[in-house]
Design a protein around this ligand. Structure first.
Ligand SMILES: [Zn+2]
Length: 1004
């Protein structure tokens, strides 16, 4: 006789039946009151909002981001006696229950919250009150609510449920027994004995449970315990699992909500679950988030601290936040690490060795060197699996940044998510898809609900309890990720190396979106460099205190806005409204501090005439206007020039400088324009060559349709006909040594005013641009087709440059259709090239002989319908040069465009008879840049950070205008590596960063 055919669908119905109605039984409703406000209030102020009394179905929140303090009260019915007592609460928003002192106890999330449901259910609504109720309990509970779901969406603002209920624990356990076994069976091979036996066991209990009695539930669990207890023999793969709650510090919600969302609700939920599940290991990155807990929820912070000390809570990620890695400067990335690692060490005594960046939009080739020099050995990420065209060939590999040769062991969890359900399908997926399983016995799994926080719920932990070593699945160990990385590193020497950037073939729109934020970030990065330079000089000379406190808080805020959804431009309007306001204030403050410090230095140097300061390590030639008269000056490297009152030569009769409606010229270049304002030719008189491709207009301001979103523009945008702005007027003038041709364009309701500028003696053509942009679904770009051929384009990145293809030979080349570069991008032949410089842009294209720059994007509405519809100002420059880009000194032009010289002048300036100048610090030889001069983090010594800029082995000598008592080379954490002498040259390998820490002899 055949056996009964087992119907899988019926087993699923049984599972749904248990979950839907058998676990929790409501006994009565709680009394619910709420005090509603627009912005969060403290526990102390909890009764300051509009008071409401609510029943299920009543509305409390009128709109997104409304806040409320809820008060739940009631008497537990006597029939609860002896049962497990819980509350079921869903206010259709996010909620944080607090204790009597107002400290977070547990987070709850609306059940109908948006989430990728294939990964798990976001809702959390159960509050455990007593394992065994006495039946006389009084409920008296406060909670802090936000009228948003996990993904920052408004649901209904209504109270869904607030009930006193009992939990049938044995049925709850049975549910997870069934869930895990049923999914395991589905994952196993169809003809396996294990699968047949599990199905039979599930079928058997389904017959038993036709009659729902406590006795039958107990018997069902006994039957399922048999397959649940079966274990594997020797295994080839062990999965390390760590709980995770990816928390975007701002995204579809403002920063203020992150503090409550990511911190209070998520972290308190973790702490409660740790009490219930002794195996549970959780990890959280981003010191910024911990800092907020310390500030806003100190009692919660103490509990977190304790779990960290026990080793059950892992502090992750060696950076202050999880920043974008394309756009921040090299020094910003160093500060992210410096502040991040120092916080963990000081607060928790933990040395973090892993860069934790699950969700960033591409990985700069500079990172491996920054990490290795910061005592970070490992990288954990996942986003690379989102690439559109090519599959990254490894989950475990050494990532060699490619510019200096440093390598870091990198792991991409093979489940391709940081929001894993920790279900049998997760484990099977990891085993099936782990590319490096032939040489590695270890893999990482991140489980929990995330993006908007939330974190692991009971379902994750109940599953894991059953999956420690379940026959048919690779064993899963809950452990901190660092344990995993150490095992990964020691268990194989066969990992492959990936050299160069880890380019994400997606989200290239984020190199341009929210242009004003990107501009502020660039501007403030450069201003902070200037401030630290001058403040180091004034500190060293003992004339002014180093503004450590100010710099500390400014850097932290700048680093916060470098978060991977803020700086890339992928947040909602409110995030930008708030960050722009703050950026403006920060910028003003930094500028004021710079001025104060230069003034102090000026006084100290007994200067009395107009003085120009140069913070760049090379002599800088500039045209300056003094009392209405122009003169060309040369300011020594990292030094100053005090000039005579009267210009040494009058600026007249410079016939080389010409400008008329379609042509402008200086002694080196001639620029010819078409009637529509585009450029027909830029002829290099000095080198007797044309730089612009024949019959193809350059600097064509082109408007493309962009129906994408903040992350992506359509990849075929170029296939749709582009639009051109209309040239309405031209204005030409010569202002001293500068020829200016200003073009006034209109497009739709927008205006573009672009001044094309050429200076005497300069090989650079500047395009100073003001845009009043009012267009939707559009992208504004410019392009320069060149008469320069190379199959490679050189792109400046942090602490160096990388080469990328200008062709699309392979799918990998094709995928890199928009590329990131910082201050310059360059195409060079061996003896001649052209660079495109910019003062705040990042998105570039380089296809064959054409350089193209993305200027603005205003896609429809996701997630900010106002993106880039605003006033903008930016500059880009065309710089043709003899020799390739290194000998053409393109990097100097990039820095000079971004870093202005600083002028100090007194109203009662004395008459200075002759120019005087001096250099504080200079380099003798070598292709080396001084990126940073600052005070050491922990003492009053001085830090000088240099790097090799060209990709060569080189040496340089550092000349200082002050006496150094002691000097050591340190790593980026400012930990000493070796002592060095300034008497002999310092040698550099290609792109090597060197940090020197010196004790300066007091000049007084
Ligand atoms: Zn994220």
């Amino acid at each position: 006789m055949p056996y009964e055919k087992i119907n899988n669908e019926k087993l699923h119905q049984m599972k749904a039946f248990i979950e839907g109605g058998k676990i929790y039984q409501s006994l009565s409703s709680l009394k619910v009151e709420a005090w509603v406000t627009k912005e969060p209030t403290t526990f102390k102020e909890r009764k300051t909002g509009t008071h409401l009394t609510l029943s299920a179905g009543d509305k409390w929140g009128g709109e997104l981001w409304d806040c409320a303090w809820f008060y739940f009260s009631g008497k537990v019915p006597s029939q609860a006696r002896g049962e497990k007592l819980v509350l079921l609460i869903d206010v259709n928003g996010e909620l944080c229950l607090v204790d009597r002192n107002g400290s977070p106890m547990q987070g709850l999330t609306n059940v109908n919250s948006e989430f990728e449901l294939s990964l798990g259910k976001p809702g959390k609504r159960v509050v455990e009150i007593a394992e065994k109720a006495s039946g006389t309990e009084e409920i008296d509970l406060w909670a802090d609510a936000g009228c948003n779901d996990l993904f920052g969406h408004f649901r209904s603002g209504t109270l869904k449920i607030a009930d006193i209920a009992i939990c049938k624990e044995e049925i709850r356990q049975l549910y997870y027994d069934v869930e895990v076994l049923l999914e395991l069976a589905e994952q196993l091979e169809e003809d396996s004995a294990r699968r047949a036996r599990i199905y039979q066991a599930l079928y058997d209990i389904s017959l038993l449970l036709v009659d729902w009695t406590d006795e039958n539930v107990r018997k069902a669990r006994e039957l399922l315990a048999i397959p649940l207890q079966k274990q594997n023999g020797d295994v080839d793969l062990t999965i390390s699992a760590v709980g995770h709650a990816h928390i975007d510090l701002a995204w579809l919600w403002p920063i203020r909500e992150t503090i409550r969302k990511g911190g209070a609700r998520t972290f308190s939920t973790v702490l409660r679950n740790m009490e219930k599940y002794p195996d549970y290991i959780f990890g959280a990155s981003q010191p910024q988030l911990y800092q907020w807990m310390k500030e806003y929820y100190p009692a919660l912070y103490e509990q977190i601290k304790q779990r960290i000390a026990e080793g059950r809570w892992e502090v992750q990620g060696g950076m202050w936040v999880e920043p974008d890695s394309n756009i921040p400067s090299g020094e910003s990335l160093i500060r992210q690490i410096l502040y991040g690692k120092r916080f963990y060490l000081e607060e928790f005594g933990k040395e973090v060795r892993t860069l934790w960046v699950p969700d960033i939009f591409g990985y700069s080739a500079s990172l491996p060197q920054l990490l290795k020099q910061s005592e970070i050995d490992y990288v954990m990420t996942q986003k690379l699996s989102w690439s559109e065209y090519n599959d990254h060939p490894h989950h475990t590999f050494y990532w060699q940044g490619g510019i200096d040769g440093s390598k870091v062991l990198t792991h991409l969890p093979p489940e391709d998510t940081y929001n894993g359900p920790a279900a049998p399908r997760s484990i099977k997926k990891i085993e099936r898809e782990y590319y490096d399983k032939n040489i590695s016995e270890h893999s990482l799994m991140l489980f929990g609900i995330g993006d908007g926080g939330g974190g692991p719920g009971e379902e994750h932990l109940e599953r894991l309890k059953r999956e420690r070593n379940l026959l048919g699945l690779s064993p899963v160990v809950q452990e901190p990720s660092i344990n995993f990385f150490r095992k990964l590193e020691s268990s194989s020497s066969k990992y492959k190396t990936w050299s160069g950037e880890l380019y994400l073939e997606k989200h290239q729109g984020t190199l341009t979106s929210q242009a004003r934020n990107k501009k502020y970030n660039r501007k403030i990065e450069k201003a902070l460099r200037e401030l630290e330079f001058v403040a180091s000089l004034t500190m060293m000379k003992g004339i002014k205190q180093y503004p450590s406190e100010e710099l500390d808080s400014i850097w932290k805020e700048v680093m916060l806005y470098q978060f991977h959804d803020i700086l890339p431009g992928s947040s909602i309007s409110r995030v930008y409204d708030e960050s722009l306001e703050r950026y403006q204030k920060i910028n003003e403050k930094v500028e004021r501090l710079i001025e104060e410090h230069y003034q102090a230095l000026y006084q100290h140097l007994h200067l009395s005439g107009i003085t120009f300061f140069n913070s760049l390590p090379w002599a800088r030639r500039e045209w300056v206007e003094v009392h209405g008269k122009w003169r060309e000056i040369t300011i020594p490297p990292m030094g100053y020039l005090e000039i005579k009152d009267q210009p040494s030569q009058a600026l007249t009769g410079h016939t080389e400088l010409k400008v008329e409606k379609t042509r402008m010229e200086n002694e080196l270049l001639v620029v010819s324009f078409n009637r529509d304002g585009t450029i027909r030719s830029i002829f290099d008189k000095e080198n007797n060559r044309e730089t612009i491709a024949k019959h193809r207009p350059a600097n064509q301001l082109a408007i493309y349709h962009d129906h994408g979103d903040a992350w992506d523009f359509p990849s075929d945008y170029k296939s749709v006909p582009k639009m051109k702005p209309i040239l309405e007027d031209i204005h030409c003038e010569i202002n001293g040594p500068i020829a200016v041709m200003t073009h006034f364009y209109t497009f739709g309701n927008s205006t573009i005013q672009q001044s094309v500028k050429m200076k005497l003696g300069s090989r650079q053509v500047d395009f100073q641009t003001k845009v009043d942009w009012k267009e939707s679904n559009k992208m504004l770009r410019t392009s320069f087709p060149l008469q320069v051929r190379s199959d490679r384009v050189h792109c400046e990145i942090q602490f160096g440059y990388i080469n990328r293809s200008t062709h699309q030979n392979t799918q990998w080349d094709f995928a890199k259709d928009e590329i990131c570069a910082h201050q310059w991008i360059d195409i060079s032949e061996p003896d001649y090239g052209v660079a495109l410089l910019n003062d705040c842009k990042y998105g570039h294209r380089a296809e064959e002989d054409e350089l193209d720059l993305n200027l603005l994007r205003s896609p429809p509405d996701s997630p900010d319908p106002n993106a880039d519809r605003a006033d903008h100002e930016f500059v880009y420059s065309f710089y043709p040069h003899k020799g390739e880009f290194v000998s053409g000194e393109v990097y100097k032009k990039g820095y000079e465009l971004n870093i202005p010289v600083r002028k100090v002048e007194k109203t009662d300036a004395a008459t200075v008879k002759k120019d005087s100048s001096a250099s504080f610090i200079q380099l003798q030889g070598g292709s080396v840049m001084i990126e940073t001069i600052k005070k050491a983090e922990l003492d009053n010594e001085m830090i000088i950070r240099l790097y090799e800029i060209s990709g060569n082995h080189t040496t340089t000598k550092l000349d200082l205008s002050f006496v150094v008592e002691k000097i050591v080379e340190t790593n980026l954490l400012e930990n000493p590596k070796q002592s060095i002498s300034l008497d002999s040259p310092i040698s550099f390998t290609p792109f090597e960063i060197k940090t020197l820490k010196m004790k300066v002899k007091s000049s007084s």
